[in-house]
Ligand binder design. Structure first.
Ligand SMILES: [Zn+2]
Ligand SMILES: [Zn+2]
Length: 240
């Protein structure tokens, strides 16, 4: 087993999830220099959505002060900058599934305690539409959820949510248009969610920008009787 692994590493050496070069020393997941350049979300951040904010006297970002959400609160691990954006594009669209190992290691290192405090009994990845699944062959959030669940000893319900509407990329839409676009995009799989009625669930996604995806998922889960919904994502935009 160990020999097979070493051979595999010789043939397919690990690539850095940030610069894509072969990682040295062997066995590391990321170059030391790239690791230093990652922008971690540090205080002050919004107590609701987790976005980094500027004013340390404020509890919430501008958005969360004025909006209500169906989820309790959540965290983004890294600031969504150009480096991490490219890394996630590789993970999502270029079959760099091996990056999940590094991402989840960091989630566990930084957020295991925080997730513990949420008291969740299940991790639910944000689903992608079947058509997308067929094109891509995998759901990146589900890969992360499975690994995270394994590491933290929390059940993972990959099919608790179904993405029933094929939504176009949302980049050029306003907040309201996004939310409208996402309403009815998700529904629950009754059979799968039944046992989490009255319980707490952690949603997992790769990126949190406006929060409309997490909000749409949380709304549907709560509608199905889930008591509390939290979220965690690899990266997050900045707040105001
Ligand atoms: Zn690197
Ligand atoms: Zn916020």
């Amino acid at each position: 087993m160990r020999i097979a692994r070493t051979l595999l590493e010789l043939i397919y050496p690990k690539r850095c999830p940030i610069c894509e070069r072969i990682v040295l020393p062997k066995g590391a997941f990321i170059c030391a220099k790239c690791y230093e350049e990652l922008q971690w979300v540090n205080a002050p951040y919004c107590m609701k959505c987790g976005k980094p904010i500027h004013d340390p006297t404020k509890e919430y970002c501008y958005d969360c002060e004025s909006k209500t959400f169906h989820y309790e609160y959540g965290y983004g691990m890294w600031v969504y900058d150009e480096k991490i954006r490219r890394s996630i594009v590789g993970f999502k669209y270029k079959n760099r599934k091996e990056y999940a190992e590094f991402y989840v290691n960091e989630l566990v290192r930084g957020y295991a305690d925080k997730i513990g405090r949420m008291g969740v009994e299940c991790i639910v990845p944000v689903p992608i539409h079947k058509r997308r699944y067929r094109q891509r062959g995998y759901n990146q959030a589900a890969i992360l959820a499975k690994k995270l669940g394994e590491r933290l000893g929390i059940e993972v319900e990959e099919e608790a949510l179904i993405r029933c509407k094929y939504t176009m990329p949302q980049k050029n839409l306003s907040d309201r248009e996004r939310l409208k676009n996402l309403e009815q995009a998700f529904r629950v799989n009754q059979k799968r969610i039944e046992k989490y009625r009255g319980k707490r669930v952690l949603l997992l996604d790769d990126i949190y920008t406006t929060g409309s995806t997490i909000e749409a998922c949380a709304k549907v889960l709560k509608g199905a009787g889930v008591d509390k919904v939290y979220y965690i994502s690899l990266c997050i935009g900045r707040g105001y």
